[in-house]
Design a protein. Structure first.
Lengths: 402, 402
């Protein structure tokens, strides 16, 4: 396979009444800790186990075996976009996550408000993790910066985090980052990393100079560190590609941003698991595809907190019966990637998947775990093939060829 | 993978004395009906089960997960041609199936003889399903039509079905179809669907006018409906690609046509399963590759006739001992795609495969079923990789690289 066909799948896609729910449990899977069991194997998840038994299961590779994906490519892949063709940098995701109205050609970058001493060394990369409120005030000081016709729009995200969108002609995102990643060092200079980036590097450098000047009396947030330059790229939308009227339910901005990029409607939702599942229920009639994102498994995994991750999995499990009551035609439960607590970060391990529906066929999997799912009826497939499978099982794909 | 390598496989292929039999049980696999079992799981197929046990098994994706293939792309894939590169429309297959000597650049289209009332509305899309004999007479009335230097060759297929081959320069197959798909409606006008098709659209429109005129007194077959325009494309032959001297045994025209396109010799054969297997036996010495096609599993599946499909599977099973007595070096039993009776049509589900030979290695599969095969030693592979596996196991592929 054959991304070629996924790129043409709109020729086969048709709109029907059936509904698809894609439940993405971020960083779902893992590897065994000292107990010899993974988080999924440790968790008491009777509802997911029963669902696995009553479905067809398998594992997916977010990119390909051995490749550890960031959240961006992992989600793109799950949404059926080849992450090697569509590159969406972190800055862009961050901008989308705060509902920033991006335009084609915009250059977005993540910023940390930081503290710098009088020798120009960073003493706190997060400016004492200032409150979002203070952050808003700092961003006000940075309004209206423009360098050589390029506008720099600085927007607060959360705590010490901001996003900067550069807008104008000829911007390029092949730029080095300024965050030295350690306290006690000076910010790194912006360097062009590609043949077309020299001009942009100069503009961003002058932007940083202007920020320093404007924030010189704004302790502790008197500097900005930049990473994740990314230029805006247009994805074919879910409507265009799958003829789906899709909605996203995600508490975390970055995932909302990603879903918006794929043309999904972003449903307003509170910050709890309960809010998310309730939002699905309330909006069930209005869309034919739902992407529901659960963040907390990944956060626990990143923290190396095996127990917490197990607890979140158990909490997710408790919402499965309610989800099934909504009777979606196709329900997929999977992750975007693995986040083993043992590794305290994303990993390359394949991700279990449950595909539930009337026409899936069956297998012998009776437990939702890494080990069991690998022997399931889906086998091991690239995550990019999940959407075609979802569409097929919802009877939303016409036959290819005569 | 890596169609790239299949496209270059002639560099590795070598002719040897070993023999390969590819038994394609059309629409082989399915999904469980109310009984909880698939057709394969329901059928009493001791010989196929024993063969599966004594072989290595797996499942294939005709195109890729989630994609339901037509018979054309499904067969191309099984023959090792990328169905996304080689597109063979239905009209072309139909022409090949009646032994029509196609030339490069020919434009073929399927036709139904139909009945039209005096207001120009179709009252019977199949002209009362007239006999093949009557069809032959009608086609005689349509001999010698030529429009602007383009010849239109109208040939009977079966019952009310005909094929028209347009021959001449500059033909294009991006044309809309005329069959309104329902009685009581007028035939649809031919429309060009691509930038190069305007001229061809005009020619086909004038051809239809001429047919109407010539058939005005030929009740009930007084009109023709066209669908499946397809322009002739050359495939690299089995001889070129695999250095195989290949023969096809297929009762149904379309599959013979497909095999001819791949450069196989078409063996004359009667219309029963017995005829087909007997033909294989009679011709065993003359070829080193046999494609044997069993149609009736697919027909039963398309009809939603679970029981009938089970019966055909059992009938196929009864020929396995005789087939093994012929002692082919490599025997493959698989389908071109799934046709679950539950879905009354082709589907996207992966297709079980048995690969039998001296050098296959082994696995734990003991039953020829969807569920068991997915855990077999072959795993889940694209159908395009079946031919390389067949060739390798017949020791007909040299080492790649030094």
């Amino acid at each position: 396979m054959t991304n070629k066909l996924i790129e043409q799948i709109e020729q086969l896609a048709e709109t029907t009444d059936s509904k698809i729910v894609l439940l993405v449990v971020d960083g779902l899977s893992g590897i065994p800790d000292m107990s010899g069991k993974t988080e999924l194997e440790t968790a008491n998840i009777p509802n997911l186990d029963a669902l696995a038994k009553d479905s067809i299961c398998g594992v997916t590779d977010p990119i390909s075996p051995g490749i550890t994906p960031g959240s961006g490519p992992a989600h793109l892949s799950l949404f059926g976009y080849d992450p090697l063709d569509y590159k969406i940098g972190r800055g862009l995701l961050e901008a989308l996550g705060i509902d920033f109205p991006l335009e084609a050609g915009d250059l977005a970058v993540r910023g940390n408000l930081a503290t710098m001493d009088k020798n120009g060394r960073i003493t706190d990369r997060r400016a004492g993790r200032i409150s979002t409120e203070e952050n808003v005030k700092v961003c006000k000081l940075l309004e209206g910066i423009e360098i050589d016709g390029i506008k720099a729009l600085v927007k607060p995200v959360k705590d010490h985090r901001v996003v900067i969108v550069f807008r104008g002609k000829g911007l390029d995102d092949s730029l080095s980052e300024t965050d030295p990643q350690r306290e006690g060092l000076a910010p790194l200079p912006i360097k062009p990393l590609g043949p077309l980036a020299a001009e942009t590097a100069g503009i961003v450098t002058r932007f940083i100079e202007e920020v320093k000047k404007r924030l010189s009396h704004s302790f502790p947030a008197n500097m900005i560190l930049l990473r994740g330059f990314a230029k805006s790229q247009k994805l074919p939308s879910f409507q265009e590609r799958y003829k789906l009227n899709a909605a996203a339910i995600a508490s975390y901005p970055m995932y909302r941003g990603l879903a918006r990029l794929a043309g999904m409607e972003i449903l307003p939702v509170g910050g709890s698991l309960n809010d998310e599942f309730d939002c699905l229920k309330q909006n069930l009639d209005k869309y034919d595809f739902f992407y529901l994102h659960v963040k907390w498994t990944d956060s626990a995994g990143e923290d190396g907190n095996f127990k917490k991750k197990v607890a979140v999995l158990e909490e997710v499990d408790s919402y499965i019966p309610g989800l099934l009551e909504l009777n979606p035609d196709v329900l997929i439960v999977t992750g975007d990637h693995s986040t083993p607590a043992v590794l305290k970060g994303h990993s390359w391990h394949p991700v279990p998947i449950i595909l539930h529906g009337k026409y899936t066929g069956s297998d012998d999997v009776a437990r939702f775990s890494e080990k069991e799912c690998v022997r399931g009826g889906i086998g091991r497939i690239p995550a990019m093939q999940v959407m075609p499978l979802a569409m097929a099982n919802a009877l939303k794909l016409k036959k290819y060829g005569a």
